[in-house]
Ligand binder design. Structure first.
Ligand code: GLN
Ligand code: ZN
Length: 781
């Protein structure tokens, strides 16, 4: 409707009350604006509070979220997106698919069994956890096999629906879709690796039918199935499973509106066809932020009479929406599906963004005006819906346009010199001039290391005392002088310990760092930090990603002071310790006004300066951690090569300027790198240390299959995630297994990852055994 007409109607009072276009939120953060759930969970786990206390905190959080959404005018408000730990684990509980080791027999699953699955208990380990698509959220992987008895064992979904209803909020209950549930699970231990998880579909569906019937009986008129696996490149038989599953559910679903929600990427054309042909389904949700091609698919054909939930508000970032741009997409879509069938939504669950900007007391007003956290995104969704129905909140829209304009033109965002330098990198290649084997020779002459050199990944235990020192320094409670003295003392302790243990390449222990990204972000320009911008990582664990809002540069050296101090305490080589550009990018909220690659190149240049300053200061070994390189891998295969290309290039840029004799290490903490091994080789680091101990076979198989690795490599010899002390023989055995597939002159010996979460009482004996095992093997070589 035109503006003029709207105004006339308003003036003449002929305006019949219009229905606002509907709005929807895919899901909402559970932790609470100040991590209330985290503290309640941890206190319950520690036995400091009761189950009722925990339930009360959880119920209050749910109530406040529902009321907040209802108050903002959201029509389709989700329920069952709360979780005490993880939504996939909730689905496992609903289906009663509890692995036998937890001793569940029957009845409603309570905290006892639930948290044992999540966290393990004194006698049994937890279930495995893995990354939720390309986010930093981790879910609990279902363990299934032919013998699993599926029973309706948790009524959480219907209970939450009723709870909201009692508060006067009619919600849309959200369930993990049955096919995605199976596709995300793995065969349990002892089950044939090739077992077809999809063969369990009929059994799983029979429980889903009960859940649906229950929700219907409770009064639900809509139901949402999250089927994010539809955004992956699925083989035809997997797509076929969707068709079968929803056909099977059709009669149970009749009388309900059924939304199948997808997110995180474009839907492949085949999947789109499958999705829009599903029986019993009346609505489809798409991520229109990450899915840039999906719009084209919708335009090329959308089933008539069905609802389109248009995810235009970004659930994975913290930027204010471009309301004008979103409006024009929505107007387009409205032309295709019709006004009453279009619903404004978020691109995915808001679980992956920060909670509420209101609690940010340290951000300045300008930056704040550029941002929208979950609570603000709800308001944006509703504002868009209202605008589409002709009730545009002009003030809200113009404030948004002004904020966007200020972000575009702010001198804080743009640094011409940085832009130019980064632009100059594209199109050209950057590699060290000498090949890796010649470099290793030159380095060995200088470093003179024994065969199977030992090292650690960087951090040493972060004691309560150490955290206190950093906190007090930050709060200006202790002077800089005092702080430097205390940190140096800590470094000295760590250096002496490593010498005592007879480790070959030392680290300073990272006592000055709170977090491997934040530490650098705080010293680089272009970064901002929140006070409460927490995002759930797993269970009660949250991370607080920095916000990259502007061009990145390095005003001055960041680590040279500490690394030089550490080197001066020992004759052994001291590793300089940096976080790589790709990891800094992937663990931050990143700009959406330029390609991610652009931002990464800028960070790479800053790290390059740091690398060169370390080299000048006499540091001969420099480790550049790329812990999150794999995490940024796009979900769709068609986009992966491009990502790996620029990510690996950015890494090489950081160290292209060093001498042959300077040894560049990198580190990665995951072992499923077999599919990207060629990119890892292409990083051209002199030495890579990598997590391995939890999956020997998987990592080493790639070398067994003939991939040539000529650089130094240190597959972790023990798991640092566990307090267990690895016996010498076990480590020796691991080293021997590696020697069976890797040349002895490239093998390094090190733990899986940094030691900061461990205690000295664990670290000392573990490293003692590691060195002993190494010496044992050296003597046999
Ligand atoms: N250097 C870091 C440390 O040792 C690496 C951490 C990581 O890979 N996540 O803590
Ligand atoms: Zn690691």
């Amino acid at each position: 409707m035109s503006h003029i007409k709207m105004l006339c109607e308003a003036r003449t009072g002929l305006n019949t009350p219009k229905r606002t276009m509907a709005s929807h939120i895919v899901g909402y953060p559970r932790m609470g604006p100040k991590r209330e759930l985290k503290f309640a969970l941890e206190s319950f786990w520690d036995g400091k509070s009761s189950a009722e206390d925990l339930q009360k905190v959880a119920a209050d959080l749910r109530a406040s979220i529902w009321k907040q959404m209802a108050g903002a005018g959201i029509k389709y408000i989700p329920s069952n997106t709360f979780s005490y730990y993880d939504q996939v684990l909730d689905a496992t509980a609903t289906l009663g698919a509890v692995p036998p080791r937890y001793g569940y027999s029957d009845g409603e699953i309570g905290f006892d069994i639930y948290f044992s699955m999540a966290r393990g208990n004194a006698s049994v380990p937890a279930m495995e956890m893995t990354k939720w698509f390309d986010t930093n959220y981790h879910f609990i992987v279902p363990e299934l096999g032919p013998d699993v008895k599926f029973t309706y064992a948790s009524h959480k979904a219907v209970n939450e629906y009723k709870e909201a209803k009692a508060l006067g909020v009619d919600t849309i209950p959200v369930l993990i879709g049955p096919v995605s549930y199976l596709l995300l699970s793995k065969p349990a231990k002892g089950v044939d690796k090739n077992f077809s998880l999809l063969s369990l579909l009929p059994k799983v569906l029979s429980v889903y039918k009960e859940v649906v019937a229950d929700l219907k009986a409770a009064g639900a008129s809509w139901i949402q199935f999250d089927e994010p696996t539809l955004a992956l490149d699925l083989e035809p038989h997997k797509l076929q499973a969707f068709t079968e599953a929803y056909a099977e559910l059709e009669s149970s679903l009749s009388g309900l509106n059924v939304l199948v929600e997808t997110y995180f990427a474009d839907i492949p054309a085949e999947a789109y066809k499958t999705l829009t042909g599903l029986k019993g389904v009346t609505a489809y949700g798409f991520d229109l932020v990450r899915g840039t091609q999906t719009l084209g698919l919708i335009k090329s054909g959308f089933p008539s009479g069905k609802y389109l939930f248009a995810g235009v508000v970004d659930g994975r970032n913290i930027w204010a929406n471009d309301l004008a741009a979103s409006t024009s997409i929505l107007v387009d879509l409205q032309g295709i599906v019709g006004k009453d069938k279009l619903v404004v939504s978020t691109s995915c669950s808001l679980l992956h963004t920060a909670v509420d900007l209101v609690n940010e007391t340290k951000l300045d007003d300008e930056i704040k005006s550029w941002l929208a956290f979950a609570a603000q995104k709800i308001v944006e969704v509703n504002a868009l819906a209202k605008a589409l129905s002709g009730a545009k909140d002009e003030a809200f829209f113009s404030a948004n346009a002004a904020a966007l304009a200020s972000r575009k033109s702010s001198p804080r965002v743009t640094n011409e010199a940085v832009q130019k330098a980064a632009a100059a990198l594209k199109g050209s290649d950057h590699r060290r001039a000498t090949n890796v084997s010649a470099r290793l020779d030159a380095q060995q002459k200088k470093l003179n290391l024994p065969i199977l050199p030992t090292t650690t990944i960087g951090s040493f235990p972060q004691t309560v005392e150490l955290r206190r020192v950093r906190r007090e320094y930050k709060a200006n409670k202790i002077s800089e002088e005092e702080y430097v003295k205390l940190i140096k003392e800590e470094i000295k302790k760590v250096v002496e310990l490593q010498e005592e243990l007879d480790i070959d390449v030392l680290v300073h222990g990272e006592p000055e760092r709170n977090d491997m990204v934040e530490y650098f972000g705080e010293q680089l320009s272009g970064f901002a930090f929140t006070v409460n911008g927490w995002v759930q990582s797993y269970g009660s664990r949250c991370v607080k990603p920095p916000i990259i809002y502007g061009d990145v540069s390095r005003p001055k050296p960041m680590t040279v002071f500490w690394s030089s101090a550490a080197q001066s305490m020992t004759k052994r080589p001291m590793k300089g310790m940096l976080t790589g550009p790709v990891t800094i990018l992937n663990w931050s909220f990143v700009r959406n006004d330029q390609p991610r690659s652009e931002t990464t190149y800028q960070i790479a240049l800053a790290i390059k300066d740091e690398v060169e300053d370390l080299e000048k200061a006499g540091i001969n070994v420099i480790q550049i951690d790329e812990a999150a390189l794999r995490e940024g891998l796009p979900l769709r295969k068609s986009e992966q090569a491009h990502y790996l290309d620029w990510a690996v290039h950015a890494f090489r840029i950081t160290n292209v300027g060093v001498k042959d004799t300077t040894q560049i290490h990198t580190h990665m903490c995951y072992s499923n790198f077999n599919d990207i091994i060629h990119s890892i080789i292409d990083m051209d680091a002199d030495v890579i240390t990598i997590e391995n101990s939890r999956s020997d076979e998987k990592l080493l198989s790639v070398f067994r299959e003939g991939v040539k690795y000529g650089a130094g490599i240190g597959p972790g010899v023990y798991d640092i995630h566990s307090p267990r002390i690895p016996p010498t023989e076990e480590i020796a055995d691991r080293i021997n297994k590696m020697l069976a597939v890797l040349e002895k002159n490239i093998l390094w010996v090190n733990p899986d990852c940094g030691l900061k979460t461990r205690k000295y009482t664990e670290v000392k004996p573990a490293l003692t055994n590691m060195v002993a095992a190494t010496k044992l093997i050296r003597n046999q070589l």
